[in-house]
Design a protein around this ligand. Structure first.
Ligand code: NCD
Ligand code: ZN
Length: 347
């Protein structure tokens, strides 16, 4: 198969940032995806519907001319989120979920929730409004090993939440472990999960290949090979609970190549090509369309996109860096060859 035409996909977990950074990265995503669930971890975070609508306007204004990319907004939950905001968010038609960042779990999570029981009333209001909860599924306690944080989150936060509030629909974001795959598969309904290209393609050895690799550091961190294989098995099976979410998380080169480097991998420049490579290697290219273009909109109750995109089997070299807000950013697979390339749109 030398060319693959798919229904146009969406990215169900994306960081676009704001200002000059937004302007630098948006074209990459907008060239591939019709829509994206945009994460709210700005500084300060997007916590109200009014802020989300204003952020949406800034994203629309940053689109390349003629591009119809549609941002789907999310709210950032804090200990002080007002339950009454949930009905407002749903009624706006522009907010499609709320994101739980356990405080301290990742980039810009300082304002996150310190104990999920503090937001019980908010979660009930979300369930009533039909707004899904998007979770960064890691505990943050210093005594829990960083590689065990996702599994511990399932046992101590997610499973009890499901038992308390089964009507609440949940997206377990960027799952990285076999434990997470097993948990999602065991749920009768109402739980989906996004999977990034890096967690499908690499295990944690990649972080230390020939020296420490700051550009491969993201959260949740890469896991063991058996975890990667479990993620791959889930997508190769065509399980509709698992769908595409790049977690493309841009950080300037200087903040990654740093004594305290930021967490986040930039993959928007070649998102589909990166997934296509993984699916092709697994002999499962026929599963890419469901994962990239069908399962996400079905979970979120949104229409499937009408347009198509075409991937061609054609080698190209990823640039060493892209311009980024007056600095540069090092993309995933910088300087390396990819075997698939998105064909230019037919006009
Ligand atoms: C994300 C970011 O930089 O905003 N970083 C990351 O490593 N994935 C935050 C997140 O999704 O955890
Ligand atoms: Zn993210």
């Amino acid at each position: 198969m030398d060319s693959l035409t798919l229904r146009q996909p969406d990215d169900w977990h994306l960081h676009l940032r704001d200002g000059a950074a937004l302007q630098s990265v948006l074209a990459h995503t907008a060239a591939q995806f019709a829509r994206a669930i945009v994460m709210p971890n700005l500084k300060p975070p997007v916590t109200t519907t009014a802020q989300a609508i204003a952020y949406r306007e800034r994203i629309l204004a940053a689109r390349p001319p003629g591009n119809a990319f549609e941002p789907l907004l999310t709210l950032y939950l804090t200990d002080r989120t007002n339950p009454a905001e949930m009905a407002v968010a749903k009624a706006s038609g522009m907010v499609h979920g709320c994101k739980l960042y356990p405080a301290g779990a990742t980039t810009n999570s300082d304002a996150g929730v310190t104990d999920i029981r503090r937001i019980d009333a908010v979660l009930e209001a979300m369930a009533a409004a039909g707004l899904p909860l998007l979770v960064h599924g890691e505990v943050t306690h210093s005594d829990v090993d960083v590689f065990d944080r996702e599994a511990r989150f399932i046992d101590t936060v997610l499973a009890p939440l499901r038992a308390r509030l089964p009507q609440l629909r949940i997206v377990f974001e960027h799952v990285t472990t076999k434990a997470a795959v097993d948990f999602v598969r065991a749920q009768a309904q109402g739980v989906g999960a996004t999977i990034t290209p890096q967690h499908l393609a690499m295990n944690r050895n990649a972080l230390f290949q020939g020296g420490i690799r700051p550009h491969l550091y993201c959260l949740p961190v890469l896991k063991r090979e058996r975890d990667r294989v479990a993620l791959l098995d889930a997508v190769v099976a065509g399980d509709p609970r698992f769908f595409l979410g790049t977690d493309s998380a841009p950080h300037a080169r200087s903040t990654k190549e740093n004594a305290c480097g930021c967490a986040g991998i930039y993959s928007a420049h070649a998102a589909l090509e990166l997934y296509a490579e993984v699916f092709a290697q697994a002999g499962a290219l026929q599963r890419l369309e469901g994962f990239a273009s069908e399962f996400g909109p079905r979970f979120y109750g949104l229409p499937l996109n009408a347009g198509t995109i075409t991937l061609q089997r054609s080698e190209w070299t990823v640039p060493a860096a892209y311009p980024f807000a007056g600095e540069t950013i090092v993309p995933l697979r910088a300087g390396e060859t990819l075997g698939w390339r998105l064909a230019p749109p037919v006009t």
